[in-house]
Write a protein that binds this ligand. Structure first.
Ligand SMILES: NC(=O)c1ccc[n+]([C@@H]2O[C@H](COP(=O)([O-])OP(=O)(O)OC[C@H]3O[C@@H](n4cnc5c(N)ncnc54)[C@H](OP(=O)(O)O)[C@@H]3O)[C@@H](O)[C@H]2O)c1
Length: 312
């Protein structure tokens, strides 16, 4: 099969011919229709995860997938060949990724059915980013009327988190540079979103909107200590970037470190919201599998929202 691969790290990924995987007990073989690019994939190519996880070469990249069940392994319940599924290819090693024509995934974790009304390309952009967004919003739990600053609102996680926070009735402040980025963020939801330019004086802009301090920060980009400084006493910060309670010196602030947990319940909830039109999946660019290296290059330069990669 064709796949986006690495033969060593760090190195530039290339599309190559590799053996297709076969499903083991409890696994699904998925014929991938689309995948999407995440920061995690770039971390793998950069060699940053060496020594932290086993790397199996040729290493097939890619976490997110959407497609059709091609075959099921022994003992699989709840899925059958021909069904449309999506999710995150979670494995205890790096190498069996989803930027490929086929991927094997555990039937019990990281996969859910694609409901009617959800486009397969949108489904492929929802797994990791959607889960990270949902987990962040649930952990910090903004209440109706509270103020939430989404730092990194222009990215895949942020664009979904803005919508999930607004849907809870929170007042959303979102980071974006003026122009296209700001328009993208305000176009995500019908709710009012206040845009602040992170490349200018962020503190002044946020204080102008919330002089009493903000209730919740979703830390998806930017300087954590600056963001913590914008919280009111008793505020909460959810971080996908490794911030922990121990590293925050300011008292009276609760830190929620987020490790995305793509369990079937969360994936199913996200898919239902997207299928019902209550969550817009922010796909802004699509490449073919043969062009996947270009998709990575585009992601690196800061494309808005999600970049998807479609398979033949
Ligand atoms: N812990 C987990 O389980 C988990 C799961 C998913 C993602 N993550 C991490 O969470 C982060 C967000 O993920 P993502 O997929 O949304 O990444 P992304 O698509 O790269 O988005 C990051 C966004 O942040 C913006 N940005 C850069 N510097 C900023 C600043 N100082 N203030 C505000 N915004 C800034 C970028 O805009 P420009 O393009 O203008 O630079 C970009 O739009 C990534 O670091 C990712 O690796 C962690």
């Amino acid at each position: 099969m064709r796949a986006l691969t690495l033969n060593e790290v760090p190195s530039a990924p290339a599309v190559a011919e590799v053996d297709a995987p076969t499903p083991g007990a409890g696994e699904l073989l998925v014929k991938v229709a689309a995948s999407s690019v995440n920061g995690f994939d770039l971390s793998v190519t950069s060699g940053r995860l060496e020594g932290m996880m086993e790397h199996r070469f040729p290493l097939v990249l890619g976490m997110d997938f959407a497609g059709t069940v091609e075959a099921v392994g022994e003992g699989v319940d709840g899925f059958a060949a021909g069904e449309a599924v999506f999710g995150v290819a979670m494995k205890p090693f790096l190498g069996g990724g989803a930027l490929a024509e086929y991927v094997t995934v555990s039937a019990g974790y990281g996969v859910a059915h694609i409901p009617a009304g959800l486009d397969v390309k949108d489904a492929s952009a929802l797994g990791l980013a959607g889960t990270a967004a949902a987990n962040s919003v649930e952990a910090a739990a903004p209440q109706k009327g509270e103020t939430v600053l989404v730092s990194g609102a222009t990215g895949g996680v942020g664009a979904l988190a803005v919508q999930l926070a607004a849907a809870r009735g929170a007042r959303v402040i979102a980071t974006a540079r003026p122009g296209t980025e700001a328009d993208f963020v305000t176009g995500l939801t019908d709710a009012d979103v206040t845009v602040v330019d992170y490349s200018a004086d962020l503190d002044a802009q946020v204080r102008a909107v919330a002089p009493e301090g903000i209730d919740v920060v979703l830390h998806l980009a930017g300087d954590a200590s600056q963001l913590v400084g914008l919280l009111r006493e008793g505020g909460r910060i959810a971080s996908t970037l490794g911030l922990t309670q121990e590293t925050v010196k300011t008292g009276g602030v609760t830190v929620h470190p987020i490790m995305a947990d793509p369990n079937p319940k969360t994936l199913t909830t996200l898919a239902a919201l997207a299928a019902d039109g209550e969550l817009r999946v922010p796909v802004t660019a699509t490449f073919s599998l043969e062009q996947a290296p270009e998709a990575f290059a585009a992601f690196r330069t800061g494309t808005l929202g999600k970049i998807t990669v479609t398979c033949p």
